[in-house]
Design a protein around this ligand. Structure first.
Ligand code: ATP
Length: 288
């Protein structure tokens, strides 16, 4: 088991007896190479949770065990940053160096690595996010498209070679084309390098297509957990807590009900899969 979160609670209130907890007794596990989707209504505690995972926030109670070690007890933050990389919402706001190579090398340099190793990591990280090193290394991060800036910011975290990559709404504010490109990069990171990823997103389509498993937070509690098929089958409950299901899944559910197609699958997350399922059900009906 790569990550175990045990009885994790957090309050921002200095008076911990106030019972004003943002995270409430959260327990979950993540296997190496898994892609976890983290969803929840705004203010449910998603960002707080992921910030405890890379020690930006010290939780009020509980354990976060990575590779058998409770990171809430580790004093050396560099040790934790090597294990867990966190890409914040709008990470381009944190680009600050005059060129891209300098920006991406900031983290590895801070680890005290030698120059050759820093260079190797910068080249590799840029390659991982599909930015050509020679073409981009000397360019200013401020003269890139929004999608490219985001990729440079992600490269900066990847250059730390973390075991777990956490992305907090990586596609927020990008246009559809840049969004699709960035999602493809993220899929590549998992498929090619077997990286363990935790992704926060308000876009249910994105989560459904990417995640192996989804965690649902509501008012600081982990209220639902399972495969996309399982989680998005709880549409009434999700609606109650202010969340939707992917639009295409909703269309399939309505079609099934309206046309009384009892055999039709509704755990469908892409237009292509919807088309195939409708054709399949139609063929079965025609044969009958
Ligand atoms: N630094 C802080 N001090 C006090 N309260 C905070 C702080 N950061 C967040 N909170 C509160 O904790 C709760 C959870 O916030 P958090 O940002 O973790 O939610 P979220 O699910 O990530 O929301 P969003 O989807 O809007 O990003 C909210 O009520 C928020 O106001």
């Amino acid at each position: 088991m790569l990550l175990q979160v045990k009885n994790l609670s957090h309050t921002y209130d200095p008076d911990i007896k106030s019972n004003n907890y943002t995270l409430k007794d959260i327990n979950f596990e993540v296997q190496k190479g898994e892609f976890i989707g983290l969803i929840g209504h705004t203010g449910s505690g998603k960002s707080t949770l992921v910030q405890t995972l890379n020690a930006l926030i010290h939780p009020t109670k509980g354990e976060i065990i990575i590779d058998g070690q409770d990171i809430t007890k580790i004093k050396n933050l560099k040790e934790i940053r090597k294990k867990v990389g966190l890409v914040f919402q709008y990470p381009e706001h944190q680009l600050f160096e005059e060129n891209i190579a300098a920006d991406v090398s900031f983290g590895p340099k801070n680890l005290g690595l030698n120059e050759d190793e820093v260079d190797r990591r910068v080249k590799q990280a840029l390659e991982w996010v599909n930015l050509d090193y020679e073409e981009f290394k000397d360019r200013s991060p401020f003269r890139l498209s929004g999608g490219q800036q985001r990729r440079v910011a992600i490269a900066g975290v990847l250059a730390m070679e973390p075991e777990i990559l956490i992305l907090d709404e990586p596609t927020a504010g990008l246009d559809p084309k840049a969004r699709v490109e960035l999602i493809n990069e993220i899929v590549n990171l998992k498929d090619k390098f077997g990286l363990t990823i935790i992704l926060i997103s308000h876009r249910m389509e994105e989560i459904a297509q990417l995640a192996d498993r989804i965690l649902v937070l509501e008012s600081g509690k982990l209220v639902l957990e399972g495969s996309p098929s399982y989680v998005f089958d709880h549409d009434s409950y999700l609606e109650e807590i202010g969340l939707g299901i992917p639009q295409i899944t909703s269309v399939m559910k309505r079609l099934k009900k309206k046309l009384k197609l009892s055999d039709m699958r509704t755990d469908i997350f892409t237009i292509e899969d919807a088309k195939q399922e409708i054709l399949k059900v139609k063929r079965v009906k025609d044969v009958r």
